[in-house]
Design a protein. Structure first.
Length: 256
């Protein structure tokens, strides 16, 4: 007799010290953030195919690529209203947040990288990193893709681009967002609860994210003590190699 067991669910823990963020703007399944314009779109439209004939044609409302995309992963929403004003001459950015609690966690809300780090390949773009109030932990060694929630942002913020990438919350626990904004943009506004990023786990197992409210002291311990930066270059690679050598290899069954 064959027995089939459902793979164990992967539980990921997300911690924030900000009550408002935990109560109103938790990390949620992406399906809860399907855009309103998509919800209001008809499944078919009637189009002329000849002088005497009309046929129904499917719309994006039935597109498997769109629907399956939102069935996967989680949305990180904005935790406050934010305004970004770039200076095309200095490449600096004025930033204002309606909430002061999150910037106070870092003594700032955003940070910048030197354009030389990408060989100044994007001269018309200004970079900034938005620092989030989330610290994330997982026990399983799985990677995540961070994608731009384009269907939710393209209409209002065409000049703001979330830069895609991947991460592994077993190794690195901070969650931040790297953006390019064109230096021709006068102002960018982001509203509270607007999707910032679409996080997609690379696994066939079911994944659940649990949001937790913790004290600022505990959050700082999780964020900085358990997520150290101790090398000028490639702390992540050092941690990845250490885990592979000291944890993954030791946990392997000696008979396999």
């Amino acid at each position: 007799m064959l027995f089939f067991f459902k793979p164990k669910k992967i539980v990921v823990d997300a911690f924030t010290p900000v009550h408002v963020v935990h109560k109103y703007f938790g990390i949620k399944p992406a399906i809860q953030y399907t855009p309103e314009w998509w919800k209001n779109t008809s499944k078919t439209i009637n189009v002329p195919v000849s002088n005497k004939m009309n046929l129904d044609q499917a719309t994006i409302k039935t597109c498997p690529g769109f629907i399956d995309f939102y069935k996967k992963g989680f949305i990180v929403p904005s935790w406050t209203d934010m305004i970004f004003v770039p200076d095309k001459d200095t490449h600096n950015i004025d930033y204002k947040s309606a909430s002061s609690e999150v910037p106070e966690l870092f003594n700032k809300g955003i940070m910048r990288h030197n354009p030389d780090q990408w060989n100044r390949a994007f001269e018309d773009a200004i970079h900034f990193k938005l620092l989030s109030p989330w610290t994330i932990f997982q026990k399983e060694n799985i990677s995540w893709v961070m994608a731009e929630p384009t269907w939710s942002t393209l209409k209002d913020n065409t000049n703001l681009r979330l830069l895609p990438g991947s991460t592994n919350f077993k190794l690195v626990h901070s969650l931040n967002f790297n953006y390019f904004i064109t230096n021709k943009t006068p102002v960018i506004e982001i509203e509270a609860d607007q999707p910032l990023a679409h996080l997609i786990p690379i696994t066939e197992k079911d994944v659940e994210i649990k949001n937790h409210l913790v004290s600022k002291e505990e959050w700082h311990r999780l964020r900085f003590t358990d997520n150290p930066t101790f090398k000028f270059i490639n702390s992540y690679k050092f941690i990845e190699k250490w885990h592979k050598t000291n944890i993954e290899e030791k946990n392997k069954c000696p008979f396999h």
